[in-house]
Ligand binder design. Structure first.
Ligand code: FCB
Length: 435
């Protein structure tokens, strides 16, 4: 492998391998509307839980039929894939009772996607949990791993014929951090000990679900999606390097090593260190990448393992720092992750930008960064932009606008942003035009 050129030297190399997947990503709770039976519905009702005071409400109306409209637009604009998630609380509203009508709605949606020529990547769990699971302790309860495997098996049994690519869960470490170590997502525990336990339970649940889906749908590819910001030392000093390494390990490295070896790595807690079925439990890795953090040793940042984020400028949404826009960081991250030896998909990449000022160049530059990684020998099979249409952005509510299409929540009208056209050009050309 030759050394990675700096951002300035990078020349966009045009065409992508044939069969490359071009799509967008969504998640059930953020677009469907009316998900009244999960932990987020209750969380949103608590005063102050959502920064702008909003609720997911009817969201983008996907459950009641708007999904078809958005997905048709995606296909008409040259996309050939879509990543969506199933809402566990709809499919299993009570322990062990599966809902035929809810399964039928997803089957209908997946059928329509096939007619539209959109390859389905389906995530079994994206942030939300059924209320009955939450009441039982959510991811802090070992029973949740068993329940998740049973649910995964049922999904595979009923939907496998529509789904070539399965994702067990989305961003386990980020969920453990936001809801268990911190207090801005449910269940809002604010306990590092509980966060480590939650991550251990999630990895056990992932391993069981991976095996369950593979048992039923042996041709399916099953993976996991991890949040993978690029975390680098601000300066080339030992201390900056050490704290950057520690942050990366806590957020990503420990999970990756656990998946690869089947042994939970410190500091992830667990009643057993070796998790049956965990080793190598991913046929591909989904990479969610939004930006890069520059980390500077700082004794006043104990919550960040003594590493302050000093990149400037950075992208912020309310309480959340998404890091600096860095296509080069994506290339470097893909090169690093390619060492796992499985195909990679960029399963999320995007920017909050209601005026669509930065998104067109953000999109082109990140697609170029993926192409750069492919040129360096990395096996990247698809790029899914976050997101197809503005949607409910968790604790940030409706203020951050990530969509290629703008949503008017009062009328449910969609308006394509300029970026939708930029992305259509990329998808139709299977790459970037020479500039
Ligand atoms: C990711 C989440 C996704 C969405 C984007 C903006 O971390 O997986 O649901 O909120 O951020």
């Amino acid at each position: 492998m030759r050394p990675i050129p700096s951002e300035m030297e990078r020349v966009p190399r045009l065409t992508f391998p044939s069969g490359f997947l071009w799509g967008t990503s969504t998640s059930a709770h953020q677009v469907e509307g009316g998900n009244e039976n999960n932990d987020w519905w209750d969380w949103e009702a608590r005063p102050g839980a959502i920064n702008d005071g909003s609720r997911s409400g009817e969201a983008c109306g996907w459950w009641k039929g708007r999904a078809e409209e958005d997905l048709s637009a995606a296909a008409a604009e040259g996309q050939n894939a879509h990543r969506l998630s199933l809402e566990w609380s709809r499919l299993e509203p009570e322990p062990g009772r599966f809902d035929d009508l809810a399964f039928a709605r997803y089957a209908q949606l997946l059928d329509r996607m096939r007619e539209l020529g959109l390859v389905a990547m389906v995530t079994l769990q994206h942030v939300t949990l059924p209320r009955w699971i939450a009441r039982r302790g959510g991811w802090t309860s070992w029973d949740t791993a068993e329940s998740f495997a049973r649910y995964a098996e049922e999904c595979a049994r009923r939907l496998a014929q529509h789904v070539p690519l399965w994702v067990t869960m989305n961003e386990p470490a980020a969920c453990a951090a936001a809801g268990y170590a911190l207090t801005y997502w449910p269940p809002g525990l604010g306990s590092n000990r509980m966060a480590l336990r939650a991550l251990a339970v999630m990895l056990e649940a992932h391993a069981k679900a991976y095996r369950a889906v593979k048992r039923i749908a042996d041709g399916a590819q099953v993976g996991i999606v991890l949040s993978a910001p690029r975390i680098e030392p601000a300066r080339s000093s030992f201390l900056d390097g050490a704290v950057a390494w520690a942050q990366d390990w806590a957020f990503l490295g420990a999970t990756l090593r656990s998946l690869k070896t089947g042994v939970l790595q410190p500091p992830i807690a667990g009643r057993r260190a070796r998790v049956p079925g965990l080793r190598g439990s991913f046929d591909f890795l989904g990479v969610n990448y939004y930006g890069r953090y520059a980390v500077h040793f700082d004794l006043r940042s104990p919550g960040l393992l003594f590493g302050k984020h000093v990149q400037d400028p950075t992208i912020r949404t309310g309480g959340c720092d998404w890091g600096e826009i860095s296509p080069g960081g994506l290339t470097r991250q893909l090169v690093r992750l390619s060492r796992l030896g499985v195909p990679l998909y960029v399963t999320e990449n995007g920017i909050r930008d209601s005026d669509d000022e930065l998104r067109p160049s953000f999109l082109r530059e990140h697609v170029a960064a993926v192409r750069e990684a492919i040129g360096l020998g990395v096996d990247v099979r698809g790029y899914f932009h976050w997101s197809l249409v503005d949607n409910f952005e968790w604790a940030e509510g409706w203020v951050p606008r990530f969509g290629l299409r703008a949503l008017d929540r009062d009328t449910q009208r969609r308006t394509a942003r300029r970026s939708a056209g930029v992305y259509a050009t990329i998808c139709r050309a299977n790459g970037l035009e020479a500039t």
